[in-house]
Design a protein around this ligand. Structure first.
Ligand code: E4P
Ligand code: PEP
Length: 352
């Protein structure tokens, strides 16, 4: 026995990754993408600062698994953005990292070929290419930051970040958020507890020092400034929705008690729609109603939407995958998305 026999007992291999700087050099930022990200972040900050009355809408597939269908979706969303731009800022959900309740496909970065080959190196490159393509269309992007190393590879192409219900209470994710360059939405816990999201906003607003990597891939002590644009995302929990006006008032009171700005986003999906996608339009109607009737804390919504409705299991033969259909949570289809956003646009035009 040597000391080496005592470590990595449950690790089977290490595979090298390109560094963030190498990936940036291979797929550099473009002028159009730069303008999209800069504008998207500024618009979001203005909404959170109440300098812009629009509702921001994080809308798109539960997860990206097929970049062709994903870009098809992005082009449709870009066209729709033009139609609703007076009342809403559309930000495309571009989720590559899926936090699983137990196990399952963990997303396009982790396993881009969906065959357990786990080519994270290729997944990261394809993810960066996809983000570039979406930003090139002039559409800002939103993602869930799950792996604390990924933002070094992709963060320059993101306008809004979510911390998910399963990680809002994690110190690692709060530390990472304190250094992210985007506004960050913290979801309430899967049990519906919003206090963890409020504690996360407070934590992430402060400077932190923690272990991470730098652009050259060296393990580093990362020191951050703190992120002033944390906010709560109500996603329901423990089998109960929390988008109704009473739940929103409770969230407003909790934010006021913590001396935080009353900025609340409602996730129309997940426990707010009992994971039944067809209920998402009802949630959206309720939210726009609250706004039209005077609510001032609801600043954004999230919608899980794809080209086709529902979801599908990942088949053994990937050629059997249905085009434009989620392989994770079920989504509303494109036609329902258009209806939902156009009705919200009409409703929001009536706000005082
Ligand atoms: O939005 C995605 C899912 O709700 C989340 O990743 C959990 O998924 P799971 O319960 O299917 O693992
Ligand atoms: C995983 C997600 O949500 P939540 O963290 O609310 O379950 C998601 O939005 O993809």
């Amino acid at each position: 026995m040597t000391a080496l026999d005592l470590e990595n007992i449950n690790v089977t291999s290490f595979a090298s990754m390109p560094t963030p700087a190498e990936l940036h050099a291979k797929l550099p930022m473009t002028d159009t993408a730069f303008a999209t990200v800069t504008r998207g972040r500024e618009d979001l900050r203005n909404i959170l600062d109440r300098k812009d009355r629009r509702l921001f809408v994080v809308v798109g597939p539960c997860s990206i698994h097929d970049p062709v269908a994903g870009l098809d979706y992005a082009r449709r969303l870009k066209a729709l953005q033009e139609e609703v731009k007076d009342t809403m800022l559309l930000v495309m959900r571009v989720y590559f990292e899926k936090p699983r309740t137990t196990t399952g496909w963990k997303g396009y970065i982790n396993d881009p070929f969906m065959d357990d080959s786990f080519r994270v190196d290729i997944g990261m490159e394809k993810a960066r290419q996809f983000l570039l393509d979406v930003c090139e269309l002039g559409l800002p992007t939103a993602t869930e930051a799950l792996d604390p190393i990924s933002p070094q590879y992709l963060g320059d192409l993101i306008a809004w970040t979510a911390i998910g219900a399963r990680t809002t209470e994690s110190q690692t994710h709060r530390e990472m958020s304190s250094g992210l360059s985007t506004p960050v939405g913290f979801k309430n816990g899967t049990d519906g507890d919003i206090s963890i999201a409020i504690n996360a906003i407070l934590s992430a607003a402060n400077p932190h020092a923690f272990l991470g990597i730098n652009g050259e891939g060296s393990v580093s002590v990362v020191r951050t400034r703190g992120n002033a644009y944390g906010h709560v995302v109500l996603r329901g929990g423990d089998g109960r929705p929390n988008y109704d006006s009473v739940s929103v008032t409770i969230a407003e009171q909790a934010l006021a008690k913590a001396k935080l700005p009353a900025n609340i986003v409602v996730d129309c999906s997940h426990a707010n729609s009992y994971k039944k996608p067809e209920l998402q339009p009802l949630v959206m109607t309720d939210v726009t109603n609250q706004i039209v009737h005077g609510n001032r804390s609801l600043v954004g919504v999230m919608i899980e939407s794809n080209i086709c409705a529902g979801n599908q299991k990942i088949p053994a033969d990937l050629s059997e995958l249905k085009y434009g259909c989620s392989v994770t949570d079920a989504c509303i289809d494109w036609e329902t998305t258009v209806q939902m956003l156009k009705s919200a646009d009409a409703e929001l035009r009536r706000r005082p």
